[in-house]
Design a binder for this molecule. Structure first.
Ligand SMILES: C[S@@+](CC[C@H](N)C(=O)[O-])C[C@H]1O[C@@H](n2cnc3c(N)ncnc32)[C@H](O)[C@@H]1O
Length: 237
């Protein structure tokens, strides 16, 4: 008898488990793991007493934005100061717009990301409870031009980059440089896209953000189909 005992005779159990895992839509797996990653980040920044706002770049139908509102509401007992967090969601609500050649990707297409600002506002209002939130429509190259201070944002507690391309992630992270502090959590969806290249997509934008902001970051966790979470561990200058 092998060391695995009866398990070697129960191939049908392995087959049932495998068939189930193979059947589940990868987008569902990704979103569930994203929800857990966001929950952990809200928790970690709550117990570290990190003050400031939540900024999500790439809101689409509002699923992760509403999830973050719920996570924060559920942590208020642990840290009542969290009720000062304001939630900002940035999106064109019209997809990616015109992409440069380097940002072209087989999946990042406008037809996959059509949505309506009104519908997302309604959803966020339902999830927010007493928390403050605001959706800022427009392509980042325009909507972020005025700078964080003009939108009333002085510090970022959590930054969530979920807009897929280099240009959009670069606009978002450049906007965040003046409001990033030690302990800011940065959630990067699609971190390994563009065939894993570090010279493209969100990975490139994040490297440039660290360099231009003078930040050191430590990896916290990975999630879903290529998501990564970092915490800003040091500000060099
Ligand atoms: C993957 S979806 C976001 C998903 C969302 N965070 C969730 O989990 O529910 C990407 C979104 O980024 C937005 N986006 C991409 N490039 C953009 C840009 N340059 N300016 C504004 N929004 C952009 C698209 O409109 C799309 O809604």
């Amino acid at each position: 008898m092998s060391k695995f005992g009866i398990l070697t005779k129960l191939n049908f159990l392995q087959d049932i488990a495998s068939a189930l895992v193979a059947w589940v839509n990868p987008a569902i797996v990704h979103n569930l793991e994203k929800y857990y990653a966001l929950k952990k980040v809200h928790y970690l920044s709550a117990i570290e007493d990190i003050s400031g706002d939540y900024l999500e770049f790439g809101v689409f139908t509002g699923s992760s934005f509403c999830h973050s509102l719920r996570c924060c509401k559920n942590l208020l007992k642990l840290n009542p100061e969290l009720d000062k967090t304001k939630f900002y969601g940035f999106d064109s609500f019209a997809g990616f717009g015109e992409l440069s050649e380097e940002d072209e990707h087989p999946f990042y297409k406008d037809e996959n990301f059509a949505t309506s600002l009104k519908a997302v506002e309604k959803r966020a209002a339902g999830a927010a409870g007493g928390l403050g939130w605001r959706l800022v429509p427009g392509f980042f190259s325009e909507s972020l031009k005025a700078g964080a201070e003009n939108l009333g944002i002085s510090r970022a507690r959590i930054i969530f980059i979920d807009s897929d391309t280099y240009a959009s992630a670069n606009d978002a992270l450049t906007f965040c440089i003046p409001i990033t502090q030690q302990g800011t959590y940065v959630v990067l969806d699609d971190f390994f896209s563009y065939r894993g290249s570090k010279k493209a997509g969100v990975a490139r934008a994040f490297d440039e953000f660290l360099e231009n902001g003078g930040f050191e970051a430590r990896p916290v966790l990975n999630y879903g189909n290529g998501g990564a979470v970092y915490v800003i561990s040091e500000i060099k200058n």
